[in-house]
Design a protein around this ligand. Sequence first.
Ligand code: IPE
Ligand code: IPE
Ligand code: MG
Ligand code: MG
Ligand code: MG
Length: 294
Amino acid sequence: MDLKTALAQAAAEVERVVDALIPTSDLPEARLFASMRYAVLGGGKRLRPFLVLSAGALFDVPRERALRAGAAIEMIHSYSLVHDDLPAMDDSDLRRGRPTTHIQYDEATAILAGDALLTQAFEVLADPATHPDPEVRCRLTTALARAAGPLGMVGGQQLDLIAETTRFDLDTTSRLQRMKTGDMIAVSVEAGALLGGASDEETAVLRAYAHDIGLAFQIVDDLLDVEGDEAEMGKSLRRDEAAGKATFVSLLGIEGARSRAEELRKRAVDRLDRFGDRAEALRAVADFIVTRRN
Ligand code: IPE
Ligand code: IPE
Ligand code: MG
Ligand code: MG
Ligand code: MG
């Protein structure tokens, strides 16, 4: 199966799981549930759930378990986009080819939709349906909280705000990007390994792979912010330079950033040798990350 088909299939499956998880009701607060659905469903590459599934497949993780972990990660990722797009943050009005959640609903509802997606994600992980062993569930929960929290994504978003007014060097910019984007990508791969009872050594290899593709992913996001097509990308672009952000493009130039992404792709793929043919999907994802147009 080619990557495009596999990604589309995984996207449909994870959307089914997310849709079933988010509450439905005709109570007055159903507006919150509708805005949560709007924020997560309809668009999005579902790359992170695909990584959970592909890493899990190396260890024969039952698909429904990987899908639940993938759904939880996608809920957190989607919350982060809703908040990232708010007027107080990047002030973007287009996301996944549609008006952002605060435009479609209102700012207060968008904030609550994000809060609710973040919180519910942990309920999903802590449920025995995700894994029968409470220790595995606890490790998953800790890993995701770490990746999404102050030492991971949210901390990276804070650094990103500071980068609007402070010129960071390459080391700090790399740390910023790793926290902001890389850690959520890394935890997706790690979740597959955790669900599958991978050895410490296997987990370390997968973590190193994920670390490389995570950084490559954000470098390409920065390149696409400059070079991408807004309709194809389905989100507001040319935000970074306008905000004066230190990105890989502002630091290395377009060609420098592109070759850095390519180096990371190659290193990531080489790390997978020990998994042989079974890691084909993970290799294909690394290629997709550096060649994607959206
Ligand atoms: C966009 O992530 C935000 C970043 C972390 C750079 P994606 O490019 O994975 O967005 P979706 O989920 O496909 O919309
Ligand atoms: C946001 O990074 C990453 C998050 C943690 C949400 P960007 O601000 O570059 O993401 P886009 O370009 O709006 O998708
Ligand atoms: Mg941002
Ligand atoms: Mg943004
Ligand atoms: Mg961006």
